[in-house]
Ligand binder design. Sequence first.
Ligand code: NAI
Length: 258
Amino acid sequence: SRTYVVTGAASGIGKSTSELLTEQGHRVIGTDLRDAEIVADLSTASGREQLVEEVTRVSGGGVDAVLAVAGLATPNAATVAVNFYGTVATLEGLRPLLLRSPSPRAVAVSSMAALFPPDETLLNALLDGSETEAMARAAELEAGDAQRSSLIYGTAKRALSRWIRRQAPTAEWADASIPLNAVAPGVVYTPMTAYIMSDAAARSQVAAMVPMPLNGFFEPRGVATLLAWLTSEDNAHLCGQIIYIDGGSDAVLRGDTV
Ligand code: NAI
């Protein structure tokens, strides 16, 4: 039995993954804003520190896998704080706890929305600028019209996918024998996407942006199964992969990029 940390464990993909890992006989330390063993707010620096302190205490100083699932999809700056800085802080902050594991693993949840055209100013600030600069740009986009604010989510996820690809082959991760990867789901039925499901116009708009020829929108358990494998002992060699579990939208939108 292994010890797994799952952020966003109270809902949707994180909840489904926690249930699957528990069924498999593992110890799951779930964390979220509520309804979780550890309650911590990943949108703030103090919440991120608290997460690391509490996981360290509760786990006794060692974990086998970190699954950074928590995220927001609202068109505002908080989405950048959670989806990029919260995720990076989770992975970097808990990395020392992975070093004691015989088979440590780490994974984040990006999105196929990372393939949408980004706001370049925000993307550059996230990857190569300061958090202050990036949050100021996110606030500008939030204050703009619906088209500008809608760039926030995909841009934060693109930055996260890039961060994973940059970090995975480095001394911190690959040289420490920690496979670091991400999954990029298409549209999954969770509370995050409930508004789409209850509104026919939103549903067809999303279906046009996210073409999913293989089985269409799907259940969180489908993503949970992949996350569980990526963080299992069986996955020893994937490094810096962004795995599109998206019913084919990546293949449709950019099939010839290989
Ligand atoms: P969800 O809304 O059901 O679950 C997300 C969880 O993250 C919630 O329990 C929420 O409380 C937690 N969270 C939000 N802000 C937080 C904060 N400041 N601190 C700590 N926890 C916080 O959504 P879902 O769909 O399960 O999303 C999970 C991940 O999957 C997210 O990163 C999302 O962007 C990503 N994703 C979801 C897709 C979908 O179609 N549902 C598609 C692609 C990616």
